[in-house]
Write a new protein. Sequence first.
Lengths: 150, 150
Amino acid sequence: MSKHSQAMIDTIAAQCVAVRLRMLNRVITNIYDDALRELGLKVSQLNILIAAAKMGTVRPCEVCEYLHLDISTLSRNVERMKARGWLEVVPADDGRAQPFRLTQEGRQLLRKAIPFWSQAQRRVKKLLGERFVEQLDQAMIRVRSADAVD
Amino acid sequence: MSKHSQAMIDTIAAQCVAVRLRMLNRVITNIYDDALRELGLKVSQLNILIAAAKMGTVRPCEVCEYLHLDISTLSRNVERMKARGWLEVVPADDGRAQPFRLTQEGRQLLRKAIPFWSQAQRRVKKLLGERFVEQLDQAMIRVRSADAVD
DNA sequence: TTTTTTTTATTGTATATGCAACTAGATTGC
DNA sequence: GCAATCTAGTTGCATATACAATAAAAAAAA
């Protein structure tokens, strides 16, 4: 292995954004999932419940655009959450669309989830630091405005 | 739904670290995966190649500790990467251990991956901004020192 | 109006991820 | 030395994720 390649490997190890972002994602996802576990809820599903609570009756493709989620991923997630009675599909004018919304049970679950979410959020903010959380907001804004350009 | 609950839902939607971190993780992982696709390599696997290149012959539990990865997750990843000829298992004194290292092919793949990684890294840094990347480093340091305490 | 293209969602396939249960070695306590 | 315990890894299972191929409906073009 050449010296140049070895130096590049050191660079990747030290600087790769993906390594670090993916690692933080695992750590933080586990903290929220731990906090929510006794509700049988995962943070990935909480994201979707929140989106539905905020957006009302919403089409999968809108949620996907908002969350940068592949539509096939959402399709399976919604399937599971329908099976649990948290979401329901509503008929639409457009025959292709499968708009969904929270059920009463979904809404109740969300209400119950609030204190558990708060606990995880507190722990995570303390762990990562205020500055990181600020920059997370900024990065989100940058990503969303990059979307607007495309 | 009470006004208090509705307000909390707005708070979660606006402030949840997990929602935003997970979203960025999807966006950024996709950028690296796109860049690496023609090598048949995913960024999650590149992470493991890099760890092996840096650490030499290494035991799964060491990699897991370093990357905050569940050992069962690594077990399957290594399995796939062995099947592709990128990693090989080395016998150990401790009969429980399954230490592995890069093969020549793995090393070669890593060398070929460098320019594709660089391209993705450039794009991602431009997208997220220098400040975010700095804070990512800081957050990693905080997480690793929190480990040391446990 | 018919054909073509685009949009929306689902399904097949593969990888990534973590928890629980288990196996097999190594360590510790007695 | 042997039993109890601890550690390292694998395997079963469920969810999360994305790409490719497909189906079905809507929109655009002809």
